[in-house]
Design a protein around this ligand. Sequence first.
Ligand code: GTP
Ligand code: SPV
Ligand code: MN
Length: 591
Amino acid sequence: MIKHKKLHSWVKECAKLCKPDKVVWIDGSEDMRKSLEKQAIATGEIIRLNQKKMPGCLLHRTALNDVARTENLTFICTPTRKEAGPTNNWMPPKEAYKKAGEIFAGSMKGRTMYVIPFSMGPVGSAFSKIGVELTDSIYVVLNMYIMTRVGDKVLECLGDKDDFTKCLHGKAELDIKRRMILHIPQDNTIWSVGSGYGGNVLLGKKCLSLRIASYQAQKEGWLAEHMLILGIEQPNGHIEYIAAAFPSACGKTNLAMLIPPDGLKKKGYKVWTVGDDIAWMRVDSDGCLWAINPEWGFFGVAPGTNKKANFNAVETIKRNTIFTNVLLRPDNTVWWEDGDDPAPKEGIDWRGFPWRPGMLDDDGSPLKGAHPNSRFTAPALQCPSISYRLEQHHGVPISAIIFGGRRAHVAPLVYEAFNWRHGVYIGATMASERTAAQYGKQGEVRRDPMAMLPFCGYNMSKYFKHWLDRGKKMTKPPKIFHANWFRQDKKGNFLWPGYGENLRVLEWILNRCNESVKARKTPIGYVPYPEDIDMTGIKFEKNALKELLDIDPAQWKQEIKAQIEFLETFNEDLPKELLKEHAALKKRFGF
Ligand code: GTP
Ligand code: SPV
Ligand code: MN
C-alpha cells in the first residue's frame, strides 16, 4: 500500500499532541478485533457476557456523568458566528483548537492511540465519505467495527486523496468540565475530548454523517438527514421506500424494523430496513430523490426493546452486540426496563451498583436498572429485515418523506403537505417533547426542525433554503407528511397503539403517493378520512380515531404563534418562502 503522506503526518501531529505510548493502525481484521476485545476485558473496561446465551456480546458502562450526547458542549466552529447560525453553539476555530488542545495535551500518556480508517456508505460508492478516527478508547474501536466499514480496504479506497474527515477523540479524564465536541467544517475536522459516550465519540455517526456531512451536502447539492429509511414490499414484489425524520428516541429504529400487524398480514406486505438513523439523499438524473444509509450497524435505545414492540431488533441483538449502560444479571446476561423478561431479583445496575426491584432514588421514584438512554450496538446485517440494498452503491428511490415528533396534543396522527414548499415549512416548524437522549428538561416541547436541531453543521436558515432549492431540482419530488404516534387522551394515555400498527398509516401514505385515495383538505394539510385507514384486526373505538385526526383551532392558534416565534429567531436570513407559508397557514385558519 502506498503511504498516504498527509494522513501519516496528521497522525504524527496528533500523537505529538496527545503523547500516546504507541500508535496502532486498525486493519479491519477479525483477529485484530478479537485481540482488542480481549485486552479490554482484561482491564475491566468491557465485560464479556454469557457466551452460551449471548455469543459475541459485551457490556460497557460509561461514566455516570456521560450517558447521552451533550448538546451544550457541542460546537460548530466556523470563522463567523453567523455561519453556525442561532441554533448552534459557536466557537471560533482558533479558540476551539486552543482550548481542546490544552485538554488533549499529553492526555494519552500510558495509553494507545488507535487509528481507524472508516467509510460512511459502501466502500467505493460515489456517495460515500471517508473518515479517519484517532481514539484512545478500545470501546470506541469495537463500536466503530460494528457501526462503520473499517480498515485497510478503506485506506485502499482513499488512495492518495485528501478528502477524508480528520477525527480526533480522546477520553482525557472524562471530566464533564473538560469535555468538548468540536466541528470545524472548513477544515473537515472533528475534535471530541472528555467523553466516552455514543454520539459524542463514535465520530462517524452524528459528528461526521450529520454535522460535517450537512455542511458538505449544502455545498455539493445533496442532503444529509437524521432519517430512517424503510422499504414496503407489496405482494407483486414492488417496493416503495420511505424516509422519516423523528428526533432522538422518538421511534426511528422501531419504525425502520416494523413487522406488519396481524390484521394487515393477509395483504402480504413485507417491510425492509435500509437504515434506522441517518439518510444521505441526492437528486439523480431521473429527477427523483435517492438515499443511502451511510451506517453499517444500529446504535439503538435498549429500554422498551421487546419482542412485541420490535421483534426484529430483539433478533438483531442476540449476538455480536455491545450493550452500554444496561443492567447485568447474575447469569451474565442483560436486562432493561420494558424488555421481555420480568425484573430480576437482583443485578448490577447501569452505574455498577447492586440493584433490586423496588429500590428508590433520592426523589423517591423507582431506581432504574438500565439507564433510559442505554443502548445496543449491533451489526445491521444481523437484522432479519435488513434490505439487500444496504450494500448497493446507488441506494433507493424515496417516494415519501415523513416528519414527526412526540406531541401529546395538537398534531394529528398523520397529515400530508400540499406541496414540497409547504412540506419544508412543516419540517422547519416541527416540534417534539424532550427525551432521555438529550440532556435537559424531559417532556418540554422544543422546536426541532427536520429532527436536525442538534445536528445541522451550519446556519439553519441556509439549510431551509437548501431544502427549498432541492425541491426545485426534482421532477418527481417525494410527497411530504407529518406523523405523530404519541397523541394522548385527556387521561394521558396514548391514543394510538403505535409500533407495528404504524403500518396502517404508512399504507395510507403510500395510497396518497399513488393517488389511490382521497383525503380531507384542512388548513394544515390533507388529513385521512377515518375509513381510509385500514383498522382490520384491532379493536379501536371510532371516536378514538376521530380524536386522533382532530384539528383543534384553539390549540393550533397557539401552535402557529410558537412556530413564527421560532422562525423569527433566524431574522432576515429566513427564506421568505417560509414566511409566505406561515401567512398562508394563518389565512387558511382565518386567524
Ligand atoms: P435515536 O436512536 O435516539 O435516534 O432514537 P429513535 O428515533 O431510533 O427511537 P426508538 O425507535 O429507539 O424509540 C425510542 C422509544 O420510543 C422506544 O423505546 C419506545 O418506547 C418509543 N416508541 C417507538 N415507537 C413508538 C410508537 O409507535 N408508539 C409509542 N407510543 N412509542 C414508541
Ligand atoms: C441520537 O441521540 O439521536 C442517537 C444516539 O441516535 S447518539 O449516537 O448518541 O447520538
Ligand atoms: Mn438518532
